[in-house]
Write a protein that binds this ligand. Structure first.
Ligand code: FES
Length: 115
């Protein structure tokens, strides 16, 4: 389940509206970051067969099945500070989350699975 806080929904919509060719935002989980996995947001216009779609007010967030398996209850929020704005991810399947919040270790993470 993905929960998108109002501030994050507004920012995601704002970013999406600035894209001429993108139809939706894609969230994927990729290898990398300080703790093995990192959140990646990108624009896309091509749905894949294993995609799951979540409605934003006025927009769409898409997550592929493999990425969704690394997410429990995911809360996406957005905040601005003096250093700029950023998305924050709270993932119930993360056993560890890095200092900046972009990287995590899934609770079922093994080194073999990472390679
Ligand atoms: S990815 Fe290194 S501190 Fe967040």
């Amino acid at each position: 389940m993905i929960q998108i806080r109002p501030a994050a929904a507004r920012e995601l919509q704002r970013l999406l509206q600035r894209q001429q060719s993108a139809r939706f935002l894609r969230l994927s989980i990729q290898a990398g970051g300080c703790l093995g996995r990192s959140y990646c947001l990108s624009f896309d216009s091509q749905l894949q067969p294993d995609d799951h779609s979540f409605n934003l007010d006025g927009g769409q967030l898409v997550v592929d099945a493999a990425s969704l398996a690394s997410l429990g209850i995911l809360v996406i929020d957005y905040a601005e500070d003096l250093m700029g704005g950023g998305f924050h991810f709270g993932n119930s399947k993360a056993s560890q989350t890095c200092r900046c919040g972009n990287s995590f270790t899934p609770s079922n993470f093994t080194e073999e699975a990472a390679s």
